[in-house]
Design a protein around this ligand. Structure first.
Ligand SMILES: Cc1cc2nc3c(=O)[nH]c(=O)nc-3n(C[C@H](O)[C@H](O)[C@H](O)COP(=O)(O)OP(=O)(O)OC[C@H]3O[C@@H](n4cnc5c(N)ncnc54)[C@H](O)[C@@H]3O)c2cc1C
Length: 435
């Protein structure tokens, strides 16, 4: 056993773990962080959009040396069918502000950098080390971890579980259930390399400006899921993900979906001539508020994806991970400063603080949305995208058909696909889940 005792052990050096380690180390706590990957970020997958506000709360001067790709000036939402897309785009020069609001990043570089900030603050980071299980005392309180190193038991007052979406440690220790297939999406992603000038010309960008596309529709073959395309400096990240339960039911494979997405006539020209250098697959928690497990107990707290803190509707995860990690770190520091023990009762402070943040407020607001989209996936991801694209094409095509006829055809196509009751019912349920 490693004799040295720590104030806190953080399992995982992703967004949540790094935020927790940095927060506690900055406050003077003795922190050990354990990461199974070769280096922080080596195993982590993200699109990846970084939300500056949440990082600024951890590292106010991050823009000076963080490995950032492009700051986003344009967001496109696409509703796709087999050959078309109908888009809602927002582009603004306001986003060329002194402190931009969102950036694209590459996680392998970014996590390494954020971890270096935690190490500078005093956290001890141990890589290529897997935590095999949590160590508990006779009363069930978590008192440390057992790693795969020789004599690898280490003790601490509290363990921060930042082990990502699979969260095997927490489930093995019976702190929570394993996420179910209808609560997690499987996403695949490729990195397509292109010269910087080509990306800038294709997306109408100058300098480090960036564009992201979020896409839904027939690309997910009726399953609950979305595709994305994000511009980096010299590469484009492209990916797609759907609920695991839907993959099980449909027999579709993620790679086939991605292949079809890349070949879509609206996407293919954007990545034409690129060189694919990386391919990755990863789970994303998508159960929302109703899937959040117990967040704290005697001697432990859980943060980030391991706590299912992910806002799938808004495509936000890393910011919820960073915020929950930071809040957990602050709560632990407060308990420690009062010289109180790390009991369930005292660590409830983490939940109180998290409830008061955008993390829980946002997830609570959309608590019915994941269930609705899953149950109605054929309608929302197949029928409506096809109808909308058809209607828009009918609207813009000038072919001598009187407008009144066109309008009647559009209305008829909607009503024959879904009865009036079905249409109003879907609109009502969607509005209620959105409220
Ligand atoms: C394809 C894809 C695209 C995404 N796009 C976006 C996006 O654009 N913007 C956004 O905000 N979010 C996005 N997300 C979500 C985002 O990636 C996650 O919410 C975020 O990474 C969660 O951070 P985390 O620290 O909780 O978990 P992770 O980043 O998964 O970190 C967990 C860490 O724990 C380590 N670990 C696990 N078990 C052990 C163990 N037993 N011992 C030691 N170490 C262990 C892992 O190696 C890993 O480093 C995306 C996710 C995917 C899959």
């Amino acid at each position: 056993m490693i004799e040295e005792r720590f104030d806190a052990i953080v399992v995982g050096a992703g967004m949540a773990g790094n935020a927790a380690a940095l927060t506690m180390a900055k406050r003077g706590l003795k922190v050990l962080q354990i990461e199974r990957g070769e280096y922080p970020g080596s195993k982590n997958v993200q699109g990846a959009i970084l939300y500056a506000d949440m990082l600024e709360k951890l590292v106010p001067d991050f823009r000076e040396d963080a490995p950032l790709e492009r700051h986003l000036v344009e967001q496109r939402f696409w509703m796709m069918d087999g050959k078309s897309h109908t888009g809602l785009h927002h582009r603004s020069d306001d986003f060329n502000e002194e402190k931009p609001n969102r950036y694209t990043i590459i996680r392998a570089q970014f996590d390494k950098w954020l971890s270096s900030r935690a190490q500078e603050a005093g956290a001890v980071v141990l890589c290529e080390t897997t935590v095999k299980e949590l160590v508990k005392d006779a009363y069930g309180k978590v008192i440390g971890v057992l790693t795969d190193r020789d004599g690898g038991e280490v003790h601490a007052d509290v363990v921060v579980l930042a082990e990502g979406v699979n969260g095997l440690l927490g489930t093995k220790a019976e702190l929570r259930e394993r996420p179910t297939p209808d609560n997690v999406a499987l996403a695949v992603k490729e990195m397509h390399f292109l010269p910087r000038e080509t990306i800038e010309a294709r997306f109408n960008l100058k300098g480090d400006e960036g564009v992201v596309i979020e896409a839904a529709g027939t690309i997910s073959a009726g399953m609950t899921g979305m595709g994305f395309l994000y511009t980096n400096k010299e590469s484009i990240s492209i990916g797609i993900g759907c609920l695991v339960a839907d993959f099980q039911k449909s027999g579709e494979t993620p790679y086939d979906l991605l292949d079809r997405f890349k070949k879509h006539p609206s996407i293919a020209p954007l990545i034409e001539g690129s060189e694919v250098k990386e391919y990755a697959g990863h789970l994303i928690p998508e159960g929302g508020y109703n899937a959040i497990p117990q967040l704290y107990g005697d001697g432990w707290v859980v943060v980030g994806d391991a706590a299912q803190l992910n806002n799938a509707l808004h495509r936000e995860g890393s910011n919820l991970a960073m915020t929950s990690g930071r809040i957990a770190g602050e709560a632990i520091f407060q308990v420690k400063s009062r010289k109180d023990p790390m009991t369930k009762q005292n660590l409830a402070l983490y939940k109180t603080m998290l409830d008061d943040s955008f993390v829980i407020k946002d997830l609570k607001k959309y608590k019915d949305m994941p269930g609705l989209l899953h149950i109605q996936s054929q309608n929302f991801f197949l029928t409506y995208p096809q109808l909308i694209n058809k209607a828009l094409q009918n609207f813009v095509r000038v072919d001598g058909t009187p407008k009144i006829e066109k309008e009647k055809t559009t209305i008829k196509s909607f009503v024959s696909a879904r009865s009036w009751g079905g249409l109003f019912g879907d609109a009502f349920r969607f509005a209620r889940a959105w409220r």
